[in-house]
Design a protein around this ligand. Structure first.
Ligand code: MN
Length: 221
C-alpha cells in the first residue's frame, strides 16, 4: 500500500515540476510479481524495451520545442499542435507510467465511494468489468480502454487508438483517466497469443484498486 501511494504521489508531484528530460522509472515490483496473470518476460520487454523507447523518442522529439520543460499533462492538453511523434511517444510514456501503477500482486478493492459510483453507472462490478472488456475487444488493432471521470464528474468507459488517451485535446471522450488497460498485442501476446479476451479476464486479478481509488478522489476534487 505504501509503495502504491508513493507512486501516486510521485505522479502528481513530478507532473507539476519542470525538468529537462523524461525518465523511465523502475517498476516498484519485480517483473515476475504479476505471474501467472501477466508473465515476467512480457513485463520485462514491455517496460525495459517498449516503454523505454517511448521515453527516448519523446525526449528526442520534444527537445528544442516550446514544450521541452512542460509536464506530460501540459503536453497531452496541447497534443494536436505537437505532431504525431510526440502524440505517439508522449502518449506512450503517460499511458505506461500510469499502467504500471495500476497493477499490483497485492489484492485490493475499490473504495466504498467508487464502488457505489460504479454500481450507479454500470449496474454492478461484473457489468462494469464486462463493459470494460467488451470496449477493449472492440478496439481494432492497438489501443487502450479507460475508465474516466468526465469534467461533469461522471464515470464513463471509452477506448482510444494507439497511444492516445482521454487527456489529449484530440480525444473523443475527455476526462481524467483513473483506470487504463493496455490492449496492444505487446501487452499479452507471449502468454495469450491472439486471445485478447483471456488476457482481459485475467488482468482483473492484478488491478491495483488503491491507485484507482486515489485517482478517483483526485479527479472529483
Ligand atoms: Mn504497452
Amino acid at each position: 500500500m505504501k509503495s502504491s501511494i508513493l507512486t501516486l504521489i510521485s505522479i502528481f508531484l513530478f507532473t507539476g515540476n519542470l525538468y529537462a528530460e523524461f525518465k523511465l522509472d523502475p517498476l516498484d515490483y519485480a517483473y515476475n510479481a504479476l505471474e501467472p496473470y501477466i508473465d515476467a518476460q512480457t513485463m520485462e520487454i514491455h517496460h525495459s524495451k517498449h516503454h523505454a523507447a517511448y521515453v527516448n523518442n519523446l525526449n528526442k522529439a520534444i527537445k528544442g520545442t516550446a514544450f521541452e520543460n512542460k509536464s506530460l499533462e501540459e503536453i497531452m492538453k496541447n497534443i494536436s499542435t505537437l505532431g504525431d511523434v510526440v502524440r505517439n511517444n508522449g502518449g506512450g510514456h503517460y499511458n505506461h507510467r500510469l499502467f504500471w501503477a495500476l497493477l499490483s500482486a497485492k489484492k485490493s478493492e475499490p473504495s466504498e465511494a467508487l464502488k457505489k459510483d460504479i454500481e450507479k453507472t454500470f449496474g454492478d462490478m461484473d457489468q462494469f468489468k464486462k463493459k470494460m472488456n467488451s470496449e477493449a475487444m472492440a478496439r481494432f488493432g492497438s489501443g487502450w480502454v479507460w475508465l474516466v471521470v468526465t469534467p461533469e464528474k461522471k464515470l464513463t468507459i471509452c477506448s482510444t487508438p494507439n497511444q492516445d488517451n482521454p487527456l489529449m485535446d484530440i480525444a473523443q471522450v475527455k476526462g481524467a483517466p483513473i483506470l487504463g488497460i493496455d490492449v496492444w498485442e505487446h501487452a499479452y501476446y507471449l502468454k495469450y497469443q491472439n486471445k485478447r479476451g483471456d488476457y482481459l479476464e485475467s488482468i482483473w486479478n492484478v488491478i491495483n484498486w488503491e491507485t484507482v481509488n486515489g485517482l478517483y478522489n483526485e479527479a472529483l476534487k
